[in-house]
Structures are given as C-alpha cells and as structure tokens.
Design a binder for this molecule. Sequence first.
Ligand code: G6P
Length: 465
Amino acid sequence: MSRLIVVSNRVSAPKDPAAGSAGGLAMALSAALRKYEGLWFGWSGETVEHFTGELNIEDRAGVAVATVDLEPQDVDEYYNGYANKTLWPLFHHRIDLTAYERSYGEGYERTNRRFAEVLQPLLQPDDVIWIHDYHMIPMARDLRRLGVKNRIGFFLHTPWPARQLLVTLPHHRRLVESMFDFDLLGFQTREWLGLFQRYVEVEAGGKVRADGRVEAFGRSVQTGAFPIGIDVDGFLAARDSPLGRRTYDRMSASAAFRSMIVGVDRLDYSKGLEQRLLGYEQFLEDNPQLRSEVFLLQVTPISRDEVDTYQDMRVRLEALAGRVNGAYADMDWQPIRYLNRTFRRDQLAGIYRAAKAGLVTPLRDGMNLVAKEYVAAQDPEDPGVLILSRFAGAAEQMGEALLVNPFSREELSEAIQKALTMPREERIRKWKALMKVVRDTDVARWRDDYVQALMAASQSKEGSH
Ligand code: G6P
C-alpha cells in the first residue's frame, strides 16, 4: 500500500487527540496518516538564524510529523509576505489590501524550493503526496525539478479569485502554469473550480474537458470540486462530553432567558466582522422590543498579528464593539460580548448548542466549517437558525440556511429578526435538511473522495512527466 504524505504550511496534527482542541481537518488527516502509515510535513512555526534544512521528527499520537525551521526572512517574505499579504487578500477579492512586492514573490519561491529540497530525500517511489493551500502552490514544480515522479495532489482551502482580479498579480501566468505539475487540483466548490477553469481558457488559451481535465501550457491536469466537511461523530461526541454539556449549561444560565446569537471567526477581514457588528447594530435599532432580549457572543481569536492589515482591523473592531456597547448597554445587559480567545472543541460545541442563531457572514470564504459545526451542535427538537453569507463556499451546499448578503446591514438586521422569531416547525424542517448535508459530506468523505480521485488522476497521466 502506498504511503500518504501530507504537506501544509501549518502542521496541526494534535499531540493529544483526547484533549479536544484539534479541529476536524487535523483529526481527519491524522486518521488517514495512521491508516496509510504516512507523514505530515511542513513548517515548524519556529525560526532559526540560518536555514539548515534539519528536520524535527516526532510522533504525535501515532502520526509521524516532520517539520523544518525557517529563517526570519523566509517568514517575512513567504508567510507574512506573499502568502498572507499577497495571495490571501487577492484570493478573498481584496485587491485593495493586496501587496505586490517583488521580494515577497522571491521569498515565496525560495521557501517553496527549500521545502521541496528537504522533503525530496524522505520520499519513496510509491508515496502519494497531498499538498495543501495557497502557501505551497509552486511546490509540485519544485519537486518535479528534483526528479520526483510521484503522484502529487493539491487542495486549495480558500476561494479561487475571479480572472479579472487574478490578472492584477504580476506573474500570474507563471503561478498558474506551475499548478500543471500536480496530478489533481481540488477546490472547495464548483464556483471556485469554474473560476480557475475560466482563467485557463481565457488567459492561457486552454481547454476544459467534460471530465474536468484541463489542458494548457502543453500539459494537462485533472481538476475537481471536493467540499470539505466536519468530523460529525467526533463533534457530536464533543458536544455530549461532560465539558460540552457543562458549557451548554453555563451559557444557558448566563443568557438568563435571553436569546444568544453566536459568531466564531479568526480575526480576519475576510470574515466580515465589522459589517456583522454594523448589521447587528442595525437590528438593535430596528427592533427596540427585542433589544434587551438578545446578545451577541463574538469569539474572535487573534490571527497573523505581524501583518499590519490585521493589526489595523483589530483596533477598528474593538472601537466598534465598544461604541455599540456604549450606545445600547443597560445596567444589567450588554449587547455584545467580544472575546479574543480560543475555546476547545467541546466548549465550542456547548456554546453553539446554546445559541438561538449562528451568524456566519464572511465576505468571501473557501468553505467555512463554523456553519457546519453550528448545525451539527443543535438540539434536533429545538434547533437554532443558521444565518449564512451567500459568499461562503458553504452556501453552495447549505441553501436551507437564511442566506444573506453580508455587505448589507439591512439584510443582516432582517435575517437576525427572522431567525429569532422563526416558528419551531420551520426551524426543525430547515435543520433536518442542513444536517443531512453536513452528515453526507463529512470530512472523511472529503478525504476519501480526494485521495481516490488523486489515484485515478495519476493513472490517466502516467508517463506524462
Ligand atoms: C485558513 C487557511 C489555512 C490556515 C488557517 C489559519 O483556514 O486556509 O491554511 O492554516 O487559515 O491561518 P494561519 O496563518 O494561522 O495558519
């Protein structure tokens, strides 16, 4: 049996899976790695003065993990720079925030080459390599240059941008051309897949075949949509664990008969947090009779805090939360509880279950698993309502949610009002339809579909490298 090699910038294999803090993706990939006796390779998150390529090898609960330290300049140019100041905003439709600096592109290419050089000696001929996300787009090309003939797949967790935006990136063709060194390109949704294919047709004069194989640059690559899901059983077990239940009780008691609305997002401009708070403020304004009957719990762990756009946004969000609270709070009620911290998975599950509405309103998002977790956590007899941005990848599958345009504070206000007053039968009907999707497309299905497609894609490409 072939080994599976997972490659990602951040290696999230949990040290202690029982601790309950790991996400579904980390658990699913860890389970696959145990099954295929594989290896998870990526950046250690640490820096070293001069790059040595020395590997840190450890066993994390039966999963072999190999990481490498990077130089401060790599972290600046590759991680903070090209990955998070160039590709991330561009892929999330924010060309106003996108930095187009040559040094970032050079650092990105150098660091990808370094990853390839360190990984190559670890590979065996039968290994199947699965590379994740925008940090590592050119890595297949670098591996091929080192003579690697193995099957290599790529999965993009973020959206793929519209062609009109992608062409603002200097050397966009070079980046896309490097993707043809993979055997399979996976996207979260048909929409992102379609945008990629359209780029190839228009900018590279390529062809898209009916089976998803895309031809351009004198080569071809298989493409497909593989919507990621959550570990449903694991999440339900977390919800029903002692801490999950205790958190639910604690939140219910703390709500004191008020309806809790919940939002959980990394601090990121793509999540639409400012627009969400403005929409919620509009709701308070529009519904004086409901005003003191609700509160919003917004859980927002700090992210990428070395990047200035994130620092700026943090300040703006704090001011906004403070302003709304100052304007509307009463002596025994505060409309927004804003928290910059993380919670364990079991606690989150308890929080979601206690919330009457889940506000998942990104301006652009590859998929968004909070939407799926919120649904999974609900009480089937008395479920809460999911309010979901139509610009999240999840909206392609979750049409039974209350779909909103997150840029419109009026739409947000109306959706909150509708969610909080929705009759129980309607809530149950919607929840059942959503829960079926969440169950049918869970993370194990995503993983297995992808790996199977990668095996099949490489067969039809045999001999083409
Ligand atoms: C998104 C990306 C991931 C990334 C995560 C956290 O979900 O798709 O690749 O790991 O954000 O971001 P960070 O920069 O902290 O790794």
